[in-house]
Write a protein that binds this ligand. Structure first.
Ligand code: PYC
Length: 432
């Protein structure tokens, strides 16, 4: 805040920045990309590592970072067939929340929210976390009942959520049509104040930079072509850049998780479907919360740059395609306008798809597998990005200690054989 005394501005305090921070210096460095230290380094691929992590998204990089930071395990390679964050981490809609339906889910995602809240300070990197609050609209009595149920489970776990009515919703999101004439009248909503959005690329870059600084090796454009297993245990990984001997492999992929698991001879109860999303031109900030409608299969938020980000539920077929479709965008735009009629003139800029690995209970699969040394952090459906920090922390602990941490105990692969499912469909963004 500017302090004015006696009608005069106080003399500006001068800070002696080095010349490279002068306006000209910043412009030259910005435009010419001069003297920028790399956020992480390239390395020759070694013939062996203590731990190999497949997948350079937020999950794989967070696991690498916490292995090094929390457990001092630094002989770690993170492999990705593309660039860091080129999969689901760069294709999601960057929504953060912990208002799940099961106690196991709420506890798990709440730990992720705790880590996200301090991530910028922990990594010394601006991840642009913006606490906005999160509204899940109910258009029917049955979804209102589910919201009440979620609110009670959330409160019992110490997570801030409550059911609110149309007047309060209107106060939080004035552009939302909550009138009784709306095509899908809004009966109430689950209001979750801690929810928000974050800059998803920055989360990837921050973890990659932090892991690199602690000695982890990041290998981009390094595709895994095989996993060597002998006598029931992992021996190594084959890649397009050479073979690696290792006794620990973490499958932290999304979209291709079943193909990687197949290489180790592990079957996963996962099907893969695209999820489409889109972004508009930037408009003046008017939407300060995240809005979700399960009935209309849509969620909407506004970025710090003013763009509106929309997403849908998964396409109703399995595919590895990451292309958007006109049919989808027409349906999505129609639903957005039903909720916010004032948006009819806003133009769409881009659309894309990400791959979602769906499990039967809409919860992830984490921990050891029947192949010793082969661990999984997979099955992330439409909720993987928000779980990156807690998954990384838990998988690092699992690898370092050889024990499954309590916070992921419910998400083991064996639950499908035992029938101990963790049913989260009612709290997946637009899963019901
Ligand atoms: O689970 O919050 C969510 C979500 C948002 C977009 C896709 N899933």
């Amino acid at each position: 805040m500017q302090v004015i005394t006696n009608g005069r501005r106080p003399a500006a305090r001068r800070v002696a920045y080095p010349a490279r921070y002068s306006a000209f210096g910043l412009l030259r460095r910005g435009l010419m990309h001069q003297d920028w230290p790399p956020a992480w380094h390239a390395h020759p691929l070694k013939g062996s590592y203590d731990v190999v992590i497949i997948g350079g998204g937020v999950h794989g990089l967070a696991a690498a970072y916490y292995l090094a930071a929390n457990h001092g395990i630094t002989d770690v390679a993170v492999l990705d067939k593309g660039y860091m964050g080129s999969g689901g981490s760069g294709r999601n809609t960057a929504i953060l929340r912990s208002n799940y339906l099961t106690p196991e889910g709420v506890r798990f995602y709440d730990r992720s929210m705790q880590l996200y809240r301090t991530l910028a300070a922990d990594l010394d990197y601006n991840v642009m976390f913006s606490r906005r609050g999160h509204l899940t609209l109910a258009h029917s009595d049955s979804s209102l009942r589910t919201m009440r149920w979620r609110a009670e489970v959330n409160k019992a776990q110490g997570v801030d959520s409550e059911v609110i009515g149309p007047a309060e919703i209107k106060r939080l999101a004035p552009f939302l049509d909550v009138s009784e004439e709306a095509r899908y009248p809004v009966l109430g909503a689950l209001w979750h104040p801690p929810g928000g959005i974050i800059r998803h690329d920055a989360v990837v870059w921050g973890y990659a930079r932090g892991a690199d600084a602690l000695g982890v090796q990041i290998h981009q454009n390094t595709e895994v072509t095989g996993i060597d297993v002998a006598d029931g245990r992992v021996r190594g990984v084959r890649t397009t850049r050479g073979d690696i001997a290792t006794r620990v492999v973490l499958n932290a992929t999304a979209g291709w998780s079943t193909l990687i698991a197949d290489m180790a001879g592990v079957a996963l109860p996962i099907t893969t479907s695209p999820l489409q999303a889109a972004v508009t031109e930037p408009v003046k900030p008017f939407l300060s919360t995240v809005i979700v409608s399960g009935t209309l299969h849509v969620y909407i938020s506004q970025t710090d740059r003013g763009e509106l980000v929309f997403g849908a539920s998964v396409d109703p077929f399995t595919s590895y395609s990451m292309r958007g479709s006109l049919e989808f965008i027409e349906g999505l735009a129609g639903h957005v306008i039903e909720l916010m009629p004032a948006l009819t003139k806003v133009r769409l800029l881009r659309q894309w798809a990400g791959l979602c690995d769906m499990t039967p209970d809409f919860s992830p699969v984490m921990g050891p597998t029947p192949v010793e040394g082969f661990l999984v952090d997979v099955g992330w459906g439409t909720y993987g990005f928000k779980a990156g920090p807690v998954s990384g922390e838990a998988m690092a602990q699992c690898i370092a200690s050889g024990q499954t941490p309590e916070i992921i105990a419910a998400f083991g692969l064996d639950r499908f054989g035992e029938g101990a499912l963790v049913g989260e469909k009612g709290a997946a963004a637009v899963g019901h």
